[in-house]
Design a protein around this ligand. Structure first.
Ligand SMILES: [Zn+2]
Length: 73
């Protein structure tokens, strides 16, 4: 029986290959940086759609609490 390695995926943010493995906490991103970058882009897009032009609010801060424990089974 052929033993497969970990599933390799490309990071949606930078395209770097990474193992889609439970040990990779940032999956499917390669790093926290890419994950937050992507989420930031998504958030700003949503904001542009929902917000009125010329109306800006300060970004929400202090919303980066500890990661909730996650069960993988
Ligand atoms: Zn990346």
């Amino acid at each position: 029986m052929k033993k497969d390695g970990p599933l390799m995926v490309a990071c949606p943010a930078c395209g770097r290959k990474l193992a889609y493995d439970r040990s990779n906490r940032w999956r499917p991103f390669c790093s926290e940086r890419c994950k937050t970058t992507d989420l930031g882009a998504w958030a700003s897009e949503a904001y542009v759609i929902g917000g009125a032009p010329g109306e800006e609010e300060p970004p929400d801060e202090g919303d980066s609490g500890p990661d909730a424990p996650r069960r993988n089974d």
